[in-house]
Design a protein around this ligand. Sequence first.
Ligand code: NAD
Ligand code: IPM
Ligand code: MN
Length: 356
Amino acid sequence: MEKRVVCLAGDGIGPEVMQSAKRVLQVVERLYQHKFHLQDELFGGAAIDEAGQPFPARTLAACLASDAVLLGAVGGPRWDQAAERPEKGLLALRKALNVFANVRPVQVDEAAAHLSPLREEIVKGVNFVVVRELTGGIYFSFPKERTAEQATDTLTYTRREIERIVEYAFRLAQSRGRKVTSIDKANVLESSKLWREVAIEVSARYPDVELEHLLVDAAAMELIRRPSRFDVIVTENLFGDILSDEASVLTGSLGMLPSSSHSESGPALYEPIHGSAPDIAGQGKANPVAMLRSVAMMLEQSFGLEAEAQAVENAIAAVLKAGHSTADLGGTETTVSFTDRVVQTMEEQVLVGRGR
Ligand code: NAD
Ligand code: IPM
Ligand code: MN
């Protein structure tokens, strides 16, 4: 198989975890005889420095012409006062690709339950997906204005926007545990009242899937108290952003959670849920797992390469199980040495599987 992947390394630890991703993709190429054309493009703060803006036209054109886009992370204190911040480029990229469905799986393997700061019996068996609406809500609604004395953000959702993301969640639930938890703030927000109404309407088309509603404040508590009760969570853009960072604690670190973002047609976007981590950037400390799992999601979801995706996942699980991890999980591995172990494990496992 031959595929074109646009690589947007970005800022901070972005280039460090992108390097790991490329190494793993090269191993997949070699072990399974594929060809991935990895095309680097400027994005985020790096693009501001080189091209004067976070999301240059050339980068947009490359992404639109690709089979998938892989992103590290953007942002950092250097650009916090920039006219157009790196984060603005990220929002523009998501909008340009129309990737409204952001899928953030949260899974705790038996062998990795001890990595969480929460008690093992709480996180054992955790296996849910946060489906976050990614191209609407308070991030994208107008008016958005600022004077010296007042600042305004607006939270708008259309029925159509809610319907398509809730549909996405129900279809996903049909292939999993058949339960959707819709999270809103319907006791206060008009947008949430419409959200809940539409969720109930959509659920009528999926009689085989259970629907429950939770208010976002209570949901934040339930995520820590009894996370194994969740199967598919569906929620609006900002709630999904916050709750998924919270959920990462179940796995032990923000450096563990991957994501994929899908449109109705066109290239999907794959990125870890974490940011550019300026506090550890350039020190070789970044945990590459979130990025490598994003690679596995790309192999499976965009390219249909299930065995290849599984090989990446299995290798990560085996390395963690053997007690190797980066500092965020209490270990002593660097980004590079952890990646070395994943690469080596993939080679061993695949060759053993082929009887050599
Ligand atoms: P962050 O996610 O970058 O970091 C939060 C904490 O988690 C830090 O202590 C960091 O060291 C740690 N961490 C994150 N990823 C890690 C990894 N892979 N391995 C080990 N530790 C990891 O969030 P922040 O510090 O609030 O934001 C920093 C910058 O990143 C900001 O400019 C923000 O806007 C941006 N950001 C970008 C993205 C993205 O590009 N998708 C996502 C979130 C934040
Ligand atoms: C994420 C990030 C982004 C978001 C920021 C950097 C715009 O936090 O991908 O989770 O809020 O969506
Ligand atoms: Mn976030």
